[in-house]
Design a protein around this ligand. Structure first.
Ligand code: KG4
Ligand code: ZN
Length: 352
């Protein structure tokens, strides 16, 4: 079976073709980073227009890369939400048009489920497992028990961790996207120089909060002697911020592993996904925690950790194998929680 997957929910226009045996026949990702760089962050309206401009070409490139015609496909999957709604609409309309024109089954996929199931494409990870999803738009801990079967153990009450990296980088004048820049500067900085908070540490539950951390970065930077920030100030703050973010995620993940163990005693894997999972300091910490708790740490290759079409094609395939397809009148969903029974996290907004 071959499924085309289309992803347009954030700032990547992506399409891929994946088989039910886990072969990636094509994987095309067009990043909009350069388009948004002048604004210092993603502008939803600009992103939607760019998706509209590039979606057809990206799909064509994927089909050419795989050497396939639309008739060779078994289904079309697309991110149906959650995400920036303008982009999601573009992707959904593109996928519906292909499905209609070529009489193919249509599958609307939850973007978060795409991230959540990637480890099964790359590492054949068996259910159940604990997922830590850390990206620019999401920070969640989820027990993944099966296709469409999730228990949310934690989410962010305010900013996503990637957002906190990006905003702190902006305060330090490091540009966008900030995560990789903070990591590079942090290598040469003193993580103890600035005393930053560890929000929610020791508090019940596994939720996250990052807006206070970002605000503390701003306060400490503002309190430095007037004038341009010194190179060493930037390095020390980057290191201090990264240490705080790593501490918080480490503590919350350790707690979630313990909760997960009582929920799913058979679970043996901790899976990480999302752009922030590229961070080496964070990976090292998570590896330590996983080993200590007797779990295997599964980290899909970086290009499949960040937004891509292959994860959508694969999640579509997992549903297709269970005969689960969507109606062509599916309406794009700006919000789409993986665990509809999770208690509403105050202030969680679209990140819930
Ligand atoms: O998953 P992703 O590519 O896109 C979505 O947000 O969906 O994640 C992007 C986020 C950005 O906030 C970026 O700054 C962050 O991942 N990021 C990193 C690193 N590389 C990317 N954060 C920390 N350390 C990194 N090395
Ligand atoms: Zn994503």
């Amino acid at each position: 079976m071959k499924v085309l997957g289309i992803e347009t929910s954030c700032d990547e226009t992506a399409a891929a073709i994946v088989t039910d045996t886990g072969e990636i026949l094509a994987d095309v990702v067009l990043s909009q980073i350069e388009i948004h760089q002048p604004f210092g962050g993603i502008v939803p309206e600009v992103a939607a227009r760019a998706h509209l401009e590039f979606a057809d070409r990206v799909v064509k490139d994927a089909m050419d890369q795989a050497g396939l015609n639309f008739q060779d496909l078994d289904a079309v999957a697309v991110t149906g939400g959650p995400g920036l709604i303008g982009g999601v609409i573009v992707g959904v309309m593109t996928a519906k048009a292909i499905a209609m024109a070529h009489n193919l089954p249509f599958i609307a996929v939850n973007h978060l489920e795409g991230h959540a199931l990637t480890a099964r494409l790359t590492n054949q990870t068996a259910f159940p497992y604990l997922l830590l999803l850390v990206s620019g738009g999401h920070t969640q801990l989820l027990a993944v028990k099966g296709v469409g079967d999730f228990t949310r153990l934690g989410t962010t009450l305010d900013d996503a961790v990637g957002e906190a990296f990006d905003k702190s980088a902006k305060i330090l004048g490091l540009g966008y996207p900030g995560g990789p820049k903070i990591e590079a500067e942090a290598k040469f900085g003193d993580p103890k120089r600035f005393d930053l908070p560890r929000p929610l540490r020791g508090k019940p539950g596994c939720n996250f909060s990052f807006s206070g951390l970002k605000a503390a970065v701003k306060r400490k930077v503002d309190a430095l002697p007037p004038g341009d920030l010194l190179d060493q100030d930037v390095k020390d703050m980057a290191a201090s911020f990264q240490a705080a973010a790593t501490d918080v995620i480490g503590e919350r993940t350790l707690k979630a592993l313990k909760e997960f163990r009582s929920l799913c005693p058979d679970g043996k894997s901790l899976v990480i996904a999302g752009g922030v999972a590229a961070n080496t300091a964070l990976r090292t910490r998570l590896q330590k925690i996983a080993t200590q708790e007797g779990f295997e740490l599964v980290a899909p290759p970086l290009n499949l950790c960040t937004d891509n079409g292959a994860m959508i094609a694969w999640a579509g395939l997992e549903h297709f194998k269970l005969n689960q397809t969507s109606d062509l009148n599916f309406a794009p969903r700006p919000r789409w929680p993986l665990d509809p029974n999770a208690p509403k996290a105050a202030g969680a907004g679209v990140k819930a």
